[in-house]
Design a protein around this ligand. Structure first.
Ligand SMILES: Nc1nc2c(ncn2[C@@H]2O[C@H](COP(=O)(O)OP(=O)(O)O)[C@@H](O)[C@H]2O)c(=O)[nH]1
Ligand SMILES: [Mg+2]
Length: 216
């Protein structure tokens, strides 16, 4: 089992450009519509019950949360979007902040986009994908709650999302994910390792793991 992310811990929140923490190393951001399963995925990836708060009343926290995963690397929880009850002015404000983050954040290595496998590629997901393309930020897609569909349906859904992205000139990887039964867990962890510049997990002694990503 992959244990690297087990020691993830919350460091700070930012609600504006001014309060973003300094860029100490590599980071990977998690984004998705409210209720897509983002908090559940983060908790599963980090083997923690309440690292990111799961909620039945989404859309209230409009801030970016930073989690330290060691050696100057961070996982970054972006607020869920598309929640109808957030006022338009706040949505615009958030959009501008997100745009700034994606375009200007040098430490950002990639974005994990989470979409409920039953409702993928909504207009807001497409907006975010376009923004990532503009910013040159690589995207990795998790089709979440894969346990909700039968095998054949899930496979078809994945193929169709992949096809639509390709048609839009987006070469993102697309995988199934379930926080419930752990499907796709290792694949997303491997993607994080790669983007964050961590060596292979387990067995490989901690010997070579003393320098931060900026040291080399
Ligand atoms: N069946 C199933 N339900 C899930 C899964 N992941 C999340 N959920 C449920 O979906 C709802 C939203 O999850 P949450 O993680 O809070 O979504 P967030 O708003 O994107 O952070 C909750 O009721 C979760 O229990 C999953 O993999 N399988
Ligand atoms: Mg959440």
């Amino acid at each position: 089992m992959h244990k690297r992310y087990q020691n993830a811990r919350f460091v700070t929140s930012a609600a504006s450009v001014a309060s973003l923490p300094p860029e100490t190393g590599a980071e990977v951001a998690f984004a998705g519509r409210s209720n897509a399963g983002k908090s559940s995925a983060l908790n599963r990836i980090c083997h923690q019950k309440a690292l990111a708060r799961t909620s039945k009343t989404p859309g209230r926290t409009q801030q970016i949360n930073f989690f330290d995963v060691g050696e100057g690397r961070h996982l970054v929880d972006l607020p869920g979007y598309g929640y109808a009850r957030v006022e338009k002015s706040r949505q615009r404000q958030w959009g501008a902040f997100l745009q700034h983050y994606l375009l200007e954040r040098g430490a950002l290595r990639g974005l994990i986009l989470l979409m409920d496998i039953r409702h993928p590629l909504t207009p807001l997901d497409e907006q975010l994908l376009n923004l990532c393309r503009e910013a040159g930020v690589p995207v990795h897609v998790l089709l979440t709650k894969s346990d909700k569909l039968k095998r054949g349906q899930a496979t078809t859904a994945r193929r169709e999302v992949k096809k639509r992205l390709e048609a839009e000139g987006l070469h993102a990887e697309v995988q199934l994910f379930s926080a419930l039964n752990g499907e796709g867990l290792e694949a997303v962890q491997a993607r994080l390792d790669d983007w964050l510049g961590f060596g292979p997990p387990a067995g490989a002694d901690a010997a070579a793991e003393t320098s931060g990503p900026e040291a080399g």
